[in-house]
Write a protein that binds this ligand. Structure first.
Ligand code: NAD
Ligand code: MN
Length: 503
């Protein structure tokens, strides 16, 4: 039997094939648990359950207060289970316990609480202007009704398993949809804990289904399944594009949160201490395995050298070590595969630019079997270089010189991505002028990484389609129905009929 089974139609269950796969602790390279390895048959079962729960079950029809209460209880239980969830998140996916407790669990819980509130407070009915056939003629009342979309297929990446699950599950559930959720295969455990919590609070069978297994089978089956009405995906641009293609034949609604190569622009009037810490926070938080990481620093030439040396100095103080130790700043990367990717890009970077710190694995002191890598900075990077254009998703910062704001903006925008960005400056008006010219979905001025459940998050260009979080993220799980209400039942009073009937 697997240590962790899938959750389908209100039951924890093995894969129909009986197969399972191992998930590893990236800090030690040791096996952590066996997880049920789902296939197409399991997706079929899950979609059938979600379909029943949506088409004939209580969830979409439930009183708003009652449904919100269950979503809210999920948030409260997640918060109450902080220790267990945070430990499991770190053991399965790396990162640090500080991040998992202060960031992951808090945000995951907060997103459930916020969407319970949105469901209660946002009206599902909205007035529309009266319809009038011609100016001057009396109008006929119209209104909008928001309704759940149906069965939502949801696929997430490995970098923030709990948070990514909350962004998908909470708005979908609050709005009355049913879901077939697939976590990244290497970090599936906490999503299964969320399924357990959904079960415990009494969310009806079939509303939440979690199918674990490889993207190539389980993910493909979800994205192409005729019983799925919407697909919500977070992951790489490459797979996101594939998801769109898989969803096309049955014209599913699609929202995508994809990759990024975000720029952090530093002006010459900046407080250098702030900029040095800020750019490192923007890049090296969670080893750069964050979609909105600011992995391209675009620095005004007047402060370039000073900032460079300050950043090197500070990067060297980051403590790499046991992710369960509260004193650790950087835990392991998520997997051997991710470590290989980072090593490959660093080799490319050494040819393209000047390596000024890191550039190798972190070893010794219990690190040797884990996937630890030193914070790495490249200087004198050209924005056309591979390390400036491609998403590495690791602790690698590319620093590019700019002569003025206009050039900095041009460099920032010269990317296929448009997810996020930052401006570090003491002059807020100047920073805002820069921010407004950057072609990305989120920009921080003198900050990085802050995302809140009330703030829409989405990508420009190849970083995505649609929005998550905020009211937009709630509406993204609803269809809009326009209802035209003519209360005049006299057949001779309907001028429109004359468009068809000549007499
Ligand atoms: P990935 O695209 O490899 O995988 C994401 C998910 O898709 C996983 O669950 C995977 O199993 C599944 N998958 C893989 N192939 C599939 C296929 N053919 N059909 C259906 N599903 C498939 O991404 P990853 O390596 O897990 O995560 C890193 C990427 O995610 C980065 O590009 C990062 O920028 C992006 N990301 C974006 C956001 C955002 O909000 N924009 C947030 C986090 C991560
Ligand atoms: Mn793992």
């Amino acid at each position: 039997m697997s240590d962790y089974q899938m959750y389908i139609d209100g039951e924890f269950t093995e894969a129909e094939s009986g197969e399972s796969y191992a998930t590893y602790n990236p800090a030690t390279g040791e096996k952590l648990a066996d997880v049920a390895k789902g296939g197409r048959e399991d997706v079929d079962r899950a979609v059938a359950a979600a379909r029943r729960a949506f088409d004939t079950g209580p969830w979409p029809r439930m009183d708003v207060k009652e449904r919100s209460a269950l979503v809210r209880q999920m948030g409260e239980r997640i918060q109450a289970n902080m220790d267990t969830l945070a430990q499991l998140e770190v053991k399965d996916g790396g990162g640090t316990i500080r991040k998992a407790m202060m960031g992951d669990v808090n945000m995951c819980a907060g997103v459930f609480l916020k969407y319970a509130e949105y469901n209660e407070t946002l009206s599902d009915v909205e007035d529309l202007p009266d319809y009038s056939l011609m100016p001057g003629l009396p109008g006929v009342p119209n209104y909008l009704k928001y309704e759940p979309i149906g069965v939502c297929g949801q696929i997430t990446p490995w970098n923030f398993p709990l948070i990514m699950a909350s962004w998908k599950m909470a708005p979908a559930l609050a709005a009355g949809n049913t879901i077939v959720f697939k976590p990244a295969s290497i970090t599936s455990l906490t999503a299964l804990e969320l399924a357990r919590i959904a079960d415990e609070v009494g969310i009806p069978p079939g509303v939440v289904n979690v199918v674990t297994g490889p993207g190539g089978t389980v993910g493909e089956a979800i994205a192409s399944h005729p019983g799925v009405d919407k697909v919500a995906f977070t992951g790489s641009t490459e797979v996101g594009s594939r998801i769109m293609a898989l969803a096309a034949p049955t014209v599913k609604k699609v929202t995508l949160e994809l990759g990024g190569k975000s720029a952090a622009i530093v002006t010459e009037d900046v407080n250098l201490e702030l900029a040095a810490k800020g750019v490192l926070w923007g890049t090296f938080f969670h080893n750069g395995q964050v979609c909105e990481s600011g992995t391209r620093a675009v620095v005004n030439e007047k402060v370039y050298d000073d900032l460079m040396s300050l950043m090197q100095e500070k990067a060297a103080t980051l403590k790499i070590g046991d992710p369960l130790d509260f004193a650790t700043d950087e835990g392991p990367l998520v997997s051997q595969a991710q470590l290989d990717t980072v090593e490959r890009y660093v080799e490319i970077g050494k040819k393209e630019a000047k390596l000024v710190c890191g550039g190798e694995r972190a070893t010794g002191d219990g690190l040797d079997n884990g996937y630890f890598y030193k914070p790495t900075i490249f200087a004198d990077v050209d924005n056309g270089d591979k390390i400036a254009q491609e998403e590495i998703f690791g602790p690698v910062l590319s620093v590019i010189k700019a002569k003025d704001d206009a050039e900095a903006v041009g460099i920032a925008n010269d990317s296929m991505y448009g997810l996020a960005g930052a401006v570090w400056s003491n002059d807020i008006e100047r920073a805002k002028a820069i921010a407004e010219q950057m072609r990305t979905g989120t920009i921080w001025i003198n900050e990085h990484h802050l995302l809140g459940p009330e703030h829409p998050f989405g990508g420009y260009k190849q970083s995505g389609v649609g929005y998550e979080m905020g009211i937009d993220g709630y509406r993204a799980y609803q269809s809009k129905k326009r209802i035209h209400v003519d209360s005049n039942t006299d057949p001779n009073a309907h001028m429109t009929f004359s468009l068809l009937f000549s007499s």
